[in-house]
Design a protein around this ligand. Structure first.
Ligand code: AKB
Length: 316
């Protein structure tokens, strides 16, 4: 019997690209995209789509039963920067949606769950270099708190109820198809758009702020790899550290200048600087590499080339 997949939050930055890839692998009829609104027209018009409210158990259950879903990718979340503006909304969305999906699994409506965590689970007391899988975790953002608590619940549901839940701690994700919304790492996407549109960018982080990052293709590959791995290969049921590259705003600007020599960057740090300061510079993801053979492909210059090429076509 083929797997029937529901993606919740399919209109977002990662959800949209995941939808296309999963449809390619499993077939259009086996992948149902869903979101709270019709905002992402490409997703709405590209295949099976349903309005689903991640915070409403019944709304998800109706869709699960309608399509006989067995696997859910829960991609809806409020990210770090927006979460600081709306702390209770971030808490409600991020936690209620996770409990709804875990409880659907516990009630045996579905049998497999993907839930993304983030480098935001780490905080100012975490070692910033080569941050280990198991370390001090005192997140300072609401988003980070929800992700850390969520990780504990995922592990709990695995241990107590045998729920096959799998998770990775995403770094900042760079992509050209759908814009990210409300994250601290968003500058690394905005900078390419502004480079093409106006050949300059005012960055909301300082020049030397190093953060872990990854190209979308690698992030999608990691997501599918962990979900396709044999159940006994998944040894960590909270969430896996995941890494590709790390760079600063200055380094990304220099990479852009190789293609656009007149590109200008200026710096005007805002409240997001404090969030970035509390996150690791780079990550030790040896468990993911060992347990389910994770491997990334894209380095910074390759990302720059692909981003500029694709956005050039979009804007010109
Ligand atoms: C954010 O910046 O909030 C996200 C993340 C690192 O999880 N991109």
């Amino acid at each position: 019997m083929s797997s029937k997949i529901l993606i919740i939050g399919a209109g977002g930055q990662i959800g949209s690209e995941l939808t296309f890839k999963l449809r390619h692998i499993y077939g259009d009829d086996n992948v149902i995209a869903s979101d709270i609104s019709y905002n992402n027209e490409t997703i709405v018009n590209s295949g099976l789509f349903e309005i689903v409210d991640a915070q409403d158990y019944a709304s998800i259950k109706i869709c699960v039963e309608k399509y006989n879903i067995d696997t859910i990718y829960l991609m809806a979340a409020m990210l770090s920067a927006t979460g600081e503006k709306y702390p209770m909304k971030a808490w409600d969305l991020n936690m209620n949606s996770l409990f709804n999906v875990l409880n659907l699994a516990r009630a045996k409506f579905i049998n497999k769950v993907f839930w993304p965590s983030s480098i935001a689970v780490f905080g100012a007391t975490t070692p910033v270099n080569y941050t280990p899988q198991y370390t001090v975790m005192e997140p300072s953002t609401v988003y980070g708190i929800t992700k850390q608590v969520g990780e504990r619940w995922c592990e709990y549901y695995f241990n107590k109820y045998g729920i096959d839940v799998r998770s990775i701690r995403y770094p900042g994700i760079i992509s050209w198809k759908t814009l990210p919304g409300g994250g601290t790492t968003d500058y690394a996407v905005e900078i390419y758009h502004e480079a093409i549109k106006s050949n300059k960018y005012e960055c909301f982080l300082k020049a030397d702020t190093e953060l872990p990052m990854m190209f979308m293709d690698d992030a999608i590959k990691a997501t599918i790899d962990i979900m396709q791995a044999p159940e006994d290969a998944i040894k960590i049921r909270s969430s896996y550290n995941l890494a590709a590259i790390s760079f600063t705003p200055e380094a990304i600007a220099n990479s852009i200048k190789q293609h656009l020599p007149n590109f200008k960057i200026s710096y005007k740090p805002d409240y997001r600087q404090e969030i970035a300061n509390s996150w690791p510079k780079n990550i030790n993801d040896s468990y993911a590499r060992q347990d389910w053979k994770w491997k990334h492909h894209f380095n910074l210059d390759e990302i720059t080339e692909e981003m500029l090429n694709q956005l050039n076509k979009t804007y010109n």
